[in-house]
Design a protein around this ligand. Structure first.
Ligand SMILES: [Zn+2]
Length: 122
């Protein structure tokens, strides 16, 4: 068993029901559900928009969106790379590659959240 500590208050998180993982800048961090509700101005949380507990990374919305985001990311990334090979200076191709990487971030963050934090809690 690995102990998980809240990134905000530093206390141990004991149950998966009390765990809310989320983005802290580009890093995935564990929080208590209550601590997740309040965040400092220095934190950026793409999946937190004021609805209670709905956009945390270990919640239903992120889990549901991950495969679609991953597929779309692969398509954009692949098309962008393909276009770059024939036309290296095309801005649209670079944007496609960057957009693809951003979309691929969600499934990776979702998997990271599971293997790093969620599987240790029951
Ligand atoms: Zn906490």
């Amino acid at each position: 068993m690995k102990k998980i500590f809240c990134h905000k208050c530093g206390k141990q998180i004991k149950s998966s029901k009390d765990l809310a993982t989320g983005f802290h800048w580009v890093f995935v961090k564990p929080y208590h559900v209550r601590c997740y509700e309040f965040y400092s101005p220095l934190e950026i949380r793409p999946f937190k928009h004021g609805f209670r507990g709905r956009y945390e990374l270990n919640g239903g919305v992120a889990t549901f969106l991950s495969p679609f985001s991953g597929l779309a990311g692969l398509v954009f990334f692949g098309l962008g790379i393909f276009a770059l090979l024939s036309e290296p200076l095309s801005i649209l191709s670079w944007l496609s590659v960057i957009f693809g990487i951003l979309l691929l971030g969600l499934p990776f963050a979702r998997l990271y959240s599971y293997f790093k934090y969620e599987r240790w809690l029951k």
